[in-house]
Design a protein around this ligand. Structure first.
Ligand SMILES: Cc1cc2nc3c(=O)[nH]c(=O)nc-3n(C[C@H](O)[C@H](O)[C@H](O)COP(=O)(O)O)c2cc1C
Ligand SMILES: CCCCC(=O)C(=O)O
Length: 347
């Protein structure tokens, strides 16, 4: 089947997935105000192309924390890929490798990080971590990620408790089906639950900093004050994210939070963004407003559910083609040519 846009992948995924699993992937917290806002906000920002710039040779690649990506679009960490495809995160990692971009593997992956790495030898992998109150166990997970070759830790800080997702409550979706589990949480002959803890503080980040030499990215920053504090804790990048609207509902769209955070960070470290990216033009808007790169969550899952590794590859390939096309139409030879003067709020 021909698919022209990311939205068509979602329609196909929806038709294929168990409805409760579709709802888990698509849904968010509360009234899903933030889920909708993330996408809608991009439509309210216009792009102002520059003309006659002689930008014939296009460069979309970049290096982030020592990892090379051929495009400024990363794979955001999302849980439970084996609900979408039997190969799960192995397939996603191969798709990311084919797209020459970075995959942030979720701590809640249904394939162990070692197996993900082995399945996609060329992939640039980063590891997403929910710091567990048991720091000794956290350290064993960090060591596994390091040994598997992950090049950065992405620490999710927006989840002192899980968001209240009413679709999941309605569907009675609480646990993975028989045979699937969070493979990165294995501890001897048991699998630990992922604990979200309101006790976590910047001190835990400092402990983590002492534990590993890997660059640390804090994911889930929405307040400029927290971005400034993060800089005092030796983070290597800041990811503006409202968790795709799955944690606190009514947090503003991530693209609307970006300018203030970029200003607070002042170029000290790269600022990344996720939430609502569905088009190449969305990527350009985020980069123009100060993001070094963006990440996509649900679109990759839709590709995976629609057509496994090939579907996830096509989603990433489509985005790359859209980024290149939009850059050309904007008169840019590289992503570095984008600046805040090229976007305009339209309403
Ligand atoms: C099904 C699903 C599972 C997710 N699992 C995780 C996770 O395990 N860890 C994490 O930090 N973020 C997780 N997220 C949030 C994503 O990393 C990302 O912030 C969000 O999906 C971006 O929005 P988008 O889906 O509109 O691209 C998840 C998101 C979805 C949709
Ligand atoms: C315990 C796994 C949580 C995954 C997650 O972050 C999400 O569903 O948004």
């Amino acid at each position: 089947m021909e698919r022209w846009s990311l939205r068509e992948f979602e329609a196909e995924a929806r038709a294929r997935l168990d409805p409760a699993h579709y709802d888990y992937f698509a849904g968010g917290a509360g009234d899903e105000v933030t889920v909708r806002a993330n996408e809608a906000a991009f439509a309210r920002i216009g792009l102002l192309p520059r003309v006659l710039r002689g930008a014939a040779k296009l460069e979309t690649g970049l290096t982030l924390l020592g990892s090379r990506a051929a495009m400024p679009v990363l794979v955001a960490p999302t849980a439970f890929h084996r609900l979408a495809d039997p190969e799960g995160e192995r397939a996603t990692a191969r798709a990311a490798a084919a797209a020459e971009t970075i995959m942030i593997v979720s701590m809640a992956a249904t394939v162990a990080i070692e197996e993900v790495a082995a399945a996609a030898p060329g992939a640039e992998l980063w590891f997403q971590l929910y710091v567990q109150p048991d720091l000794a166990f956290t350290e064993t997970v960090v060591r596994r990620a390091e040994a598997a070759g992950c090049r950065a830790l992405v620490v999710t800080v927006d989840s002192p408790v899980l968001g209240r997702r009413e679709r999941d409550l309605r569907n009675g979706f609480h646990d993975l089906p028989e045979g699937l589990c969070c493979e990165n949480l294995r501890d001897g002959d048991r699998v630990r639950p992922i604990l979200m803890s309101p006790e976590l503080s910047w001190e835990h980040l400092d402990r983590l900093r002492e534990m590993t030499a890997l660059p640390i990215v804090v994911k889930g920053v929405t307040h400029p004050g927290d971005a400034r504090i993060a800089l005092d804790h030796d983070v290597s990048a800041i990811m503006v994210s409202n968790h795709g609207g799955r944690q606190l509902d009514t947090v503003p769209a991530s693209i609307d939070l970006l300018p203030d955070i970029a200003a607070a960070v002042g170029g000290a470290v790269p600022v990344l963004l996720d939430g609502g990216i569905r088009r190449g033009t969305d990527v350009l808007k985020a980069l123009a407003l100060g993001a070094a790169a963006v990440a996509v969550g649900r679109p990759v899952i839709w590709g995976l559910a629609a057509d496994g590794e090939r579907g996830a590859s096509r989603v990433l390939g489509r985005l790359r083609a859209e980024v290149e096309h939009a850059l050309t139409l904007c008169g840019c030879a590289s992503i570095g040519d984008l600046d805040p003067g090229m976007v305009r709020r339209t309403c």
